[in-house]
Write a protein that binds this ligand. Structure first.
Ligand SMILES: [Zn+2]
Length: 98
């Protein structure tokens, strides 16, 4: 099991887990916002966004937004909209746990 153990859904190429999506998006945000001395963590940040995208397949809108954010960052260095991503993730987390 490569997941945190949070409640999971199945049916996609990879098990979806909103807690892991949050973990990977958070990891990417830390890496990207702390990269003041160049882009030495860019590949890691892209990898974190890819992991988040892969684990968000059960939530199509969130999955698409993370994918689009990763591609925009990777190809044009456009910063992901962390506020929007955070809100979507937290809304799903609250729904999943209540
Ligand atoms: Zn998990």
């Amino acid at each position: 099991m490569a997941c945190c153990g949070h409640k999971k859904k199945t049916g996609n190429t990879r098990t979806s887990c909103i807690a892991c999506v949050q973990k990977h998006v958070g990891g990417a945000e830390v890496l990207i916002t702390e990269m003041r001395d160049g882009y030495k963590y860019m590949t890691r940040a892209v990898g974190e966004l890819y992991q988040a995208e892969d684990e968000a397949q059960d939530w199509q809108d969130l999955h698409n937004l993370i994918r689009e954010s990763r591609i925009n960052y990777q190809t044009k260095l456009i910063m992901p909209d962390w506020k929007v991503l955070n809100k979507m993730i937290v809304d799903i987390l609250i729904k999943e746990t209540t």
